[in-house]
Write a protein that binds this ligand. Structure first.
Ligand code: SF4
Length: 458
């Protein structure tokens, strides 16, 4: 007889299809050619509202390439590349910031790659440029992604002086055989040093990224990693499913050569184990792959229904527009998503020509905006009030979403729809498979061939 955990894992494995992570809607796979002039007009519209904005700055460099990596990364040990990149970023800031003078920056995130590829002085130069070109509020939330294998004490001190209090640290897995397979070696001691030193310097919001589904992971090794991460007492934990897409990311072939990538049931078993262990340790399961300690900023935001899905996962909803700077950075406003050139030379050419370095994007029509709001509620709150969506987007929801409601009725184990209150609620298992529920409302997925390009939902 199966234990409850085994039953849950079997149910998850049964539903293990592929689908978008819904860090945006429409998903980035729907982005198409978009002109710089279009983007410039949209930035002007955002600026004219004077509403607060978030800034995201992408630093693409890493000292080496981890074999499982799915980010846009340039592996190099040449630190001077960071200096010239920052110069070009400053030029990009001049292209977008004049229209945003009235828009206070309430949130600033440095991501990558590895922002700690930049030496302390380069980090200061970068922040100097941001403060020069944007109206950054003194109390703006400042966060940074850091690699424990290469962050120095002087970088932490510099970041603390520059007002950073939030950081995200990659761990993935502490077991040595797994680290061999993914070519990323990082000890608990190294990670603990970074966490402890950052806390000492005033960081009060620390996230740790873990990954399940990697070769050589077993329930025993994963339990060990979970215990070590809990011992570090981060405010937040993200437990991502490994996205094995070697056709898109050929370096991931190294991972499959090192060992068998786990199947759906094995992945589901580790996920269920992670959820059970982390919730037993006191963490709140916010949704999908994110956990937060009670009382932390993200947990408070979840209680107040102030969570939002963004390209960084679950975040506190501080601004409705994110302006992305740097190669491959994605921007998102209420009416448009766009992505900068992913290849560094193309991004550099656009900057040299004093042109917004947009590669592709999408303008949201009313239908997109309604579905985006609906999917955001499902992902962040686990339920959605269709009547409210109808009021906000001027549609009669029972008719407008009749086809989707019909499809929901065929999956009662994942979600329920109450025709009286017009509320959709995900079930306990549907919370874990919320991507499947959202896929019902994704009009772009009506072409089933598209799903093959996405990662597994579990
Ligand atoms: S440190 Fe992070 S971004 Fe850089 S290669 Fe490794 S996984 Fe990718």
């Amino acid at each position: 007889m199966l234990t409850p955990a085994e039953q849950t894992a079997a149910c998850l494995a049964e539903h293990a299809s592929r689908g978008p992570r819904y860090t945006s809607y429409p998903p980035a796979t729907e982005f198409a050619a978009l002109s710089p002039a279009n983007v410039q007009r949209e930035i002007g519209r955002v600026g004219a509202t004077g509403r607060p904005i978030s800034l995201y700055v992408h630093i693409p460099f890493c000292r080496s390439l981890c074999a499982y990596c799915g980010c846009n990364v340039i592996p190099t040990r040449d630190e001077t590349r960071g200096i010239s990149y920052i110069d070009q970023l400053a030029t990009e800031m001049t292209l977008v910031s004049s229209a945003l003078r009235q828009s206070p920056v309430v949130e600033l995130a440095l991501g990558g790659g590895s922002p700690n590829f930049l030496a302390p002085r380069t980090l200061q130069t970068l922040m100097g440029a941001i403060e020069k070109y944007f109206d950054v509020r003194a109390d703006a939330r400042r966060s940074v992604e850091l690699d424990p294998r290469s962050t120095s004490s002087s970088q932490i001190e510099t970041l603390a002086t520059l007002g950073f209090t939030s950081m995200s640290v990659g761990v993935q897995d502490f077991a040595e055989p797994v680290q061999d397979a993914i070519r990323r070696h990082q000890s608990v001691v190294q990670t603990r040093w970074l966490v402890d030193y950052a806390r000492l310097k005033g960081f009060d919001d620390i996230n740790i990224d873990m990954v399940y589904g990697l070769p050589r992971q077993t329930e025993t090794t994963f339990a060990g990693t979970l215990a070590s991460v809990i011992d570090l007492a981060p405010e937040r934990i993200a437990l991502f499913g490994y996205a094995h897409l070697p056709d898109k990311l050929p370096h991931q072939r190294i991972v499959e050569k090192a060992g068998r990538v786990l199947d759906s049931y094995e992945r589901a078993t580790l996920l269920v184990m992670g959820i059970e262990t982390l919730t037993k340790a006191g963490y709140i399961h916010l949704g999908l792959d994110h956990f937060a300690r009670p009382g932390s900023r993200l947990a408070r935001a979840a209680v107040d229904h102030r969570l939002r899905r963004s390209f960084q996962g679950y975040v506190e909803d501080l601004a409705d527009s994110v302006i992305g700077l740097g190669t491959s950075a994605i921007s998102s406003t209420p009416r448009m998503h766009w992505q900068n050139h992913a290849k560094l030379p193309a991004w550099e050419d656009a900057i040299a020509a004093k042109q917004i370095p947009v590669q592709r994007g999408v303008t949201l029509d009313r239908d997109d905006r309604a579905r985006r709001a609906l999917i955001n509620h499902l992902m962040c709150d686990g339920h959605v009030d269709l009547a409210q969506i109808g009021r906000e987007y001027s549609c009669a929801p029972a008719t407008y979403f009749a086809h989707e409601i019909e499809r929901l009725r065929s999956m009662p184990d994942l979600a329920t729809y109450d025709a009286g209150t017009q509320q959709i609620h995900t079930t306990a298992i549907g919370k874990l498979l919320v991507r499947n529920v959202c896929m019902v409302f994704d009009r772009y997925l009506r072409d089933s061939r598209r799903s093959a390009s996405y990662s597994k939902v579990i």
